[in-house]
Design a protein around this ligand. Structure first.
Ligand code: UD1
Length: 424
């Protein structure tokens, strides 16, 4: 049980600091096992996915502590190469541990990974990349077993710029013998950051953030201290929430350069945006203009902000078409938005959204992480009270969405959590 209650519409106005990036820190945590030394990551968000990855690393014998945004990982005493089934099923990005474990121990076994139910999410690119680097990979029923006596550099070409598969290939290649060239690599900022992190560990990696990454395998890596960037998706969510409520917010701790496609789209719908050195300021007057958007790999419009944008378009003047091209199942939130008065029709070409002047409060359920955040944005702009159930999805990626949005004046709280705090 995890429920958010929104008291009704309030114009958002204020400053919100942005937490560290979920998709940035998770592969770095996996990469930390590539050396025996201790690694310290700073600006780490206290979110369920980070706790889950810590649980996996602890199960395998790492010492991990998180305090005040500083995560210390000591992998010297790792004594297992099998990943714990229960946690792996809860989090898809656990799969990148496969590449790292192969690099360090030449062996890893895991069950199929979980994560949000947003489409098919196969892992064939991951497994094929590891095979090309010399690993023997058996994938049977629900288990994957990977072994390599010696990983060898290779030329890899991905048919689609998969973020996770690029990360897995990188983690396996940094300790492989010889040179690896990854073509068709994902260009997300999180990949660039992972490459910088690997360089800080002593890895030789060039081209992170472009579609061709070249890795010169090293004999060993060492520990390091590394600052995790602000979360561009959390930032995008809060900008959209402010727009839905015709508000004015200033976000700090996020790189506006990583939000280019998002900021462009939000400007097209009517927001006034100023990029600052360490963040972004947004002001919204009146109803958003309806626009049609298609998601795509970076630098395209991120699939992770598709549901929040759909929530915004529910309030637009006119019709918009939102087309998801990355995860085909990612329209589940449409039905939940309709419970709050939205008018959305799913067609073969995408979600057709007919803007309405106002949404009405009601009860809805988070279907996945970003879909849950989209419902929060909708609820904040709706007339009347809204309750959103199954918000454990939101807690996977947002440190405390209620705390953050209250900073801008929102009437929003966690039902169970706040009730417990009042008891104590
Ligand atoms: C990562 C992000 C997620 C984001 C997504 C796309 C993390 C922890 N998660 O997920 O928030 O929404 O990138 O930006 O960083 N595919 C295959 N075979 C594979 C791998 C992927 O067909 O082996 C397909 C997927 O089904 C999907 C597309 O490629 O259609 C993109 O997936 P991918 O980039 O791998 O997403 P994730 O790494 O899972």
């Amino acid at each position: 049980m995890s429920t958010i209650h929104i008291g009704g519409y309030r114009r958002l106005c204020g400053q919100i600091p942005i937490q560290g990036s979920k998709n940035g820190v998770l592969p770095m945590m996996a990469a930390s096992v590539l050396s025996r030394d201790t690694t310290v990551l700073t600006n780490v968000p206290a979110i369920q996915d980070v706790f889950c990855m810590m649980g996996i690393l602890k199960f395998m014998g790492c010492r991990c502590t998180l305090a005040g945004g500083e995560l210390t990982i000591s992998p010297a005493d790792m004594n297992r190469t099998d990943l714990p089934e229960e946690q792996v099923r809860r989090m898809r990005s656990s799969i990148v541990l496969l590449g790292a474990m192969l690099g360090r121990f030449g062996e890893a076994s895991t069950s199929y990974p979980g994560g949000c139910s947003i489409g098919k999410r196969p892992i064939d690119f991951h497994l094929n990349a590891l095979r090309a680097l010399g690993a023997e990979v058996q994938a049977e029923d629900c288990r994957i077993l990977a072994r390599a006596t010696a990983l060898k550099g290779a030329e890899l070409t991905f048919p689609y710029p998969s973020v996770g598969a690029t990360e897995n290939a990188l983690l396996a290649a940094v300790l492989a013998e010889g040179t690896t060239v990854i073509r068709g690599a994902a260009r997300e900022p999180e990949i660039r950051e992972l490459c910088l992190f690997l360089q800080a560990m002593g890895g030789k990696v060039e081209g992170g953030g472009t579609d061709t990454i070249v890795v010169e395998g090293q004999r060993s890596l060492h520990g390091c201290r590394f600052f995790v960037d602000g979360d561009r998706i959390v930032a995008g969510t809060y900008l959209i929430a402010a727009m839905a409520g015709r508000g004015e917010v200033e976000l700090s701790g996020v790189n506006p350069g990583q939000l280019s496609a998002v900021l462009r789209t939000l400007e097209e719908t009517g927001a006034q945006i100023i990029s600052t050195e360490n963040g972004v300021a947004l002001k919204m007057k009146g109803r958003p203009k309806a626009i049609s958007v298609e998601t795509g790999p970076y630098p395209g419009f991120p699939t992770d902000l598709q549901s929040p944008l759909m929530a915004l378009m529910c309030l637009a003047s006119g019709d918009s078409l939102i087309r998801e091209t990355v995860f085909e199942g990612r329209y589940e939130t449409a039905a939940e938005l309709c419970r709050l008065g939205a008018r959305i029709r799913l067609t073969e070409g995408g979600a057709l959204v007919r803007g309405v002047p106002f949404l009405t409060g009601g009860a809805a359920a988070a279907r996945d992480l970003r879909g849950g955040a989209a419902l929060v944005a909708a609820g904040l702009a709706a007339e009347g009270e809204t309750t959103i159930s199954d918000c454990f999805h939101i807690e996977r990626g947002y440190e405390d969405i209620c705390r953050d949005l209250r900073k801008a004046g929102a009437d929003i709280r966690w039902l169970e959590r706040d009730a417990k705090e009042n008891e104590n």
